[in-house]
Design a protein around this ligand. Structure first.
Ligand code: SF4
Length: 323
């Protein structure tokens, strides 16, 4: 914070590359703000620092390489994503927005989530034609790129009434960052909020003995959504969902946010291992996650990980089969 303050007050920020570097050591987990009696916005300040660094061509090489790669593969990824809405639900006023990490790596998961939303809403649910909200551009500090993507995204959901978002990182950008950019959207709900509104349509299913919910940092500390995923998972499990010792506003970060796996991969791995040691308690645990970045980190660390959307679909199917 102090280093950035000095840089931002300086006449020539371009001379302070090494001071900006620390801005990329933050996952944006919000744990510091939750603990700070003065409510200092540490992560927001560090991410503002990133944007100033980016504007001065001082982003770390790993971040620049990542953005170059994203730009080079954008066309191919967009063509592949076009098949996500193969059911022709493009005109549905209810749309599921998976986020690009899910859309690119696990299209079957995206279709499952859209099916779950459709079953609960008892209407057709399309998949958002544009699946990138610009979260990675935000993390990279690319203000102009983010603004352009935000406008593109908003245009793609014009006419939609409700946008149900699966990835907590995307939800945080759509709900907290877009308003600061002056970009307006239709009603945006996290999948847990949408499912909670239809709790009576969920049925209970058979489940392993220990299923634990990992609070995504951006959903919990970021947006204050703690109860909805717990109520939904508990309804599907037919019992209270398991908790890590540190949960809700004290939940441990997975190390997957803020592009830290790119800029400090070893740090990201250590954070994930720490969180998993607590969540899994030595084994026989299914960890349920609500963001692609946590999924990637925990899976890499060898955990049995399942998506929140998977459990919603199981519950929605069980509910639909009830007489
Ligand atoms: S990683 Fe989390 S605790 Fe550390 S500065 Fe960033 S938001 Fe705060």
């Amino acid at each position: 914070m102090r280093a950035l303050d000095e840089v931002l007050r300086a006449d020539a920020p371009g001379h302070h590359a090494e001071r900006f570097e620390k801005a990329w050591a933050c996952t944006g987990c919000g744990a510091c703000r939750a603990l700070c009696l003065l409510d200092n916005p540490v992560a927001d300040t560090l991410f503002d620092g990133r944007a100033d660094a980016f504007a001065n061509d001082l982003a770390p090489p790993a971040v620049k390489a990542f953005l170059r790669d994203e730009a080079a593969t954008d066309g191919a990824r967009r063509r592949a994503r076009a098949s996500l809405d193969a059911e022709g639900a493009t005109h549905a006023t209810l749309r599921y927005m998976p986020g690009c990490a899910e859309a690119d790596a696990r299209p079957e998961q995206v279709r499952d989530a859209a099916e779950a939303v459709g079953l609960l809403g008892r209407c057709g649910c399309g998949v958002s034609a544009e699946v990138c909200c610009g979260a990675k551009l935000h993390d990279a500090g690319d203000r102009l790129g983010l603004l352009a993507q935000a406008r593109r995204f908003a245009e793609s959901v014009r006419g939609v009434e409700t946008l149900v978002v699966g990835d907590a990182d995307c939800l945080a950008v759509l709900r907290s960052v877009y308003p600061r950019l002056g970009v307006t959207l239709p009603k945006v709900e996290h999948l847990s909020e949408f499912a909670e509104a239809h709790l009576d349509r969920l049925g209970a299913v058979e489940a392993p003995p220990r299923v634990v919910w990992h609070d995504p940092c951006k959903l919990g500390r970021g947006l204050g959504v703690y109860d909805a995923p717990r109520r939904v998972l508990s309804a599907v499990l037919g019992r209270p969902v398991g908790e890590a010792e540190n949960h809700r506003d004290k939940a441990l970060c997975s190390g997957g946010g803020g592009l830290v796996p790119l800029t400090r991969p070893e740090t990201a791995r250590e954070i994930a291992a720490m969180a998993l040691a607590e969540l899994a308690q030595g084994g026989d645990t299914v960890v349920v996650v609500g963001c692609a970045s946590s999924r990637a980190r925990f899976a890499e660390a060898g955990a049995a990980v399942e998506d929140f959307a998977t459990w919603v679909l199981r519950g929605a199917r069980a509910g639909a089969q009830r007489p």
